[in-house]
Design a protein around this ligand. Structure first.
Ligand SMILES: *Cc1c(COP(=O)(O)O)cnc(C)c1O
Length: 370
């Protein structure tokens, strides 16, 4: 069996798989409504906002729904990777006007650049950006950007793609209007379920909604009655409830955030100690991204073939130059210890550095400390 350590999809726990193995039930029944109500309450915990919604789609569906239902005329996007680029493509696909701030994939967006763009284009009504841009594992200063934007013009709506940030770290939603997440990242569920948190301002913007399948007003109306506009993704909703229960049994979200942060520190330190270079200037807690233009591919291949660990590579211009290790979800310390040890072994296999156990030693020591 292979360890799945890609920053999405993440592995699905056995308890969750078993919960989802129950026979399919009909979605228009009191039985399912009770399940949905429980899931909706758990979603309010995860996304502490005025309203929440499930959508039967991958995360991209929620990104599209947010743009079509919230944006009016002109959208500012932050493009520092694949997912920022996707927001720009969605904006164009719906014939909205686009202003894009483009960055190299390891550089976080600057608040000053955003302020300047808002001054230069006073008709921008919406900003769409990633909290963590997964293409490079980069954390954008979303809270600061959102605050500056609201100070400039409180009518501007902020759409935050938190697909690799929700369930990873606490997010200050004070100035965020739409917070998006998806099932196959920190929530360790199969792909196919997206979730949105909405502010009061977002609810006003939605009004009667736009589009058809992704009309958020239709969904809001139904989901407030503990059902969905179209056939609910019943199995995934059941899985979601189970996963939230497991997180609760493990100390709740606060403990999950603390553990994720601690493991991230230990992971980054142990990789640095064996001479590897962290790619992003502001690493997000969701993953560790290493840049090694010469050896990234070979390290990744060895991990897969010899050490039975599946990690992710890079895309586009970073193909073969970076690798990304997942840090989202309920990860066993011994599994991550094997990951860092295997990377050190792979460096030895490639004749790049003699193995001395530094990585696993530093990782374990840091995981033990208070
Ligand atoms: C995974 C991911 C998405 C959504 O991708 P889907 O394949 O549509 O689920 C969006 N944004 C970020 C930052 C992601 O990591």
């Amino acid at each position: 069996m292979m360890l799945l350590f890609t920053p999405g999809p993440t592995p699905v726990l056995e308890e969750v798989r078993l919960a989802m193995a129950a026979p399919t039930i009909h979605h228009r029944t009191p039985e399912f409504e009770a399940i949905f109500q429980k899931a909706r309450e758990a979603l309010f915990q995860l996304l502490p906002m005025k309203e929440v919604l499930f959508l039967a789609s991958t995360g991209t569906g929620a990104m599209e729904a947010a743009i079509t239902n919230i944006a009016k005329k002109k959208v500012l996007t932050i493009n520092a990777g694949k997912f920022g680029d996707r927001f720009s493509k969605i904006v164009k696909a719906f014939n909205l006007e686009l202003v894009e701030l483009k960055y190299e994939w390891n550089i976080p967006a600057s608040v000053e650049d955003v302020k300047k763009a808002l001054k230069d284009h006073s008709d921008i009504d919406t900003i769409a950006l990633q909290i963590c841009e997964s293409a490079g594992g980069l954390r954008h200063p979303v809270e600061e950007i959102a605050k500056a934007a609201k100070e400039f013009n409180s009518e501007i709506a902020i759409i935050a793609d938190g697909i690799t940030a929700v369930g990873v770290e606490p997010i200050d939603v004070t100035n965020i209007d739409v917070l998006i997440t998806g099932s196959q990242k920190a929530l360790m569920l199969p792909p196919g379920l997206a979730m949105l948190g909405l502010s009061e301002h977002a609810l006003n913007r939605i009004d009667n909604g736009k589009g058809f399948y992704f009309n958020l007003a239709s969904e809001l109306k139904k989901q407030r009655q503990n059902t969905t506009a179209y056939t609910a993704a019943t199995t995934l909703i059941i899985g979601f409830s189970k996963m939230m229960e497991i997180i609760e049994q493990n100390g709740g979200l606060k403990v999950l955030f603390e553990k994720t942060k601690k493991r991230h520190n230990a992971l980054l330190e142990s990789l640095r100690a064996i001479g590897l270079t962290i790619y992003p200037k502001s690493p997000a807690l969701a993953m560790a991204t290493i840049i090694d233009e010469k050896n990234a591919n070979e390290i990744r291949n060895l991990l897969k073939t010899k050490y039975k660990i599946n990690i992710a590579g890079g895309q586009d211009h970073l193909k073969g130059k970076i690798f990304r290790i997942n840090n989202m979800g309920l990860i066993e310390t011994y599994q991550m210890a094997w990951v860092v040890n295997s990377i050190e072994l792979a460096l030895n296999d490639l004749g790049l550095r003699e193995y001395n156990g530094d990585a696993v030693r530093i990782f374990s020591k840091m995981m033990e400390s208070e």
